[in-house]
Design a protein around this ligand. Structure first.
Ligand code: PAF
Length: 289
């Protein structure tokens, strides 16, 4: 395998899918917004294990950015992304916005997906409409690419929950694979947005993995209420960081759990470092009342 072939149009992507189907080959899709890092490459490596051909989509989706968010400054690095994908993926699908949303130029309308009540909590509470935008583009990409398998990263735990729910609700014939978060040596989760951080902010950003670690340690002997408090209290040591939320959710419904909840839980955290919003997550095997 060498440098991936870049497809820019829905017509090119459809022709590829049709050819692969006629050859009896399976296709794995890794949806991204580009600015690829090792975390993305790990998703692509997993995708390779699951299908004959890997397509990485690179599309900065305007629908999932709110007013005043970083849509304009979001890094667009297609050339280096394609180089990074050499020997990893056969194809990159990098459409223009009019290809994804033809209704913008008078073409067929794209149904807007609603993320429902879960889409209005946590990330959705701070970023209204974000998950409707995510699900709309993901459904559209699924429709265009028609993947057999898709691979997502666990770091965006709420996105993972909502995409999985959408696949189930729409009974899409797609295997949904989720890969653990890839971290720097000091624990910071890899994110395309880490490149916004200056040195001081990069150090302060460790508040997120430190809080997750403290919460996970507390979970060995304390209940959900105490775990939550311990996680939140870590942020008191990081004046440069503004905690948005740190909570424990039931992974089956993404609802915040009660203090005496027993069972598996996911810690979700979001914080703003300087002007950069970061999220992270950790699964806890079992909480005790
Ligand atoms: O996780 C992301 O990078 C994006 O939300 C996704 C899934 C590619 C949709 O734009």
């Amino acid at each position: 395998m060498a440098t991936p072939q870049v497809l820019h149009t829905v017509a090119e992507m459809t022709a590829l899918r049709e050819r692969l189907t006629s050859e009896g080959k399976t296709l794995a899709l890794v949806p991204t917004m580009g600015a690829l890092h090792e975390g993305h490459l790990a998703l692509v490596t997993r995708a390779r294990e699951l299908a004959d051909v890997v397509v990485v989509s690179i599309f900065v989706n305007p629908l999932q950015f709110g007013a005043g968010e970083d849509f304009d400054r979001y890094p667009r690095t297609l050339e280096t992304d394609v180089v990074a994908l050499a020997d990893h993926a056969e194809f990159v699908f990098a459409p223009d916005v009019d290809e994804v949303y033809p209704d913008r130029v008078g073409g067929a309308s794209v149904p807007v997906q609603s993320a429902g009540p879960v889409g209005e909590t946590f990330e959705g509470a701070s970023r209204p409409g974000h998950f409707d935008g995510v699900l709309t583009v993901v459904a559209r990409l699924f429709d265009i690419v028609k993947p057999d398998v898709v691979v997502f990263g666990q770091k965006d735990a709420q996105q993972v929950f909502l995409v999985r729910s959408m696949i189930e609700k729409m009974a899409l014939p797609i295997r949904f694979e989720v890969l653990e978060t890839i971290r720097e040596a000091d624990g910071l989760a890899l994110s395309s947005r880490n490149r916004y951080l200056n040195e001081e902010e990069r150090t302060a950003a460790l508040a997120l993995p430190h809080a997750l670690l403290a919460a996970a340690r507390e979970a060995h002997h304390a209940n959900a209420g105490a775990v939550r408090e311990v996680g939140r209290s870590v942020f008191e040591n990081y004046p440069l960081v503004r905690l948005d939320y740190l909570d424990l959710v039931d992974p089956t419904n993404f609802q915040s759990v009660s203090d005496d909840y027993q069972g598996p839980a996911t810690v979700v955290v979001a914080a703003v470092v300087g002007t950069t919003r970061l999220i992270d997550t950790e699964n806890l095997e079992r909480l005790h009342a």
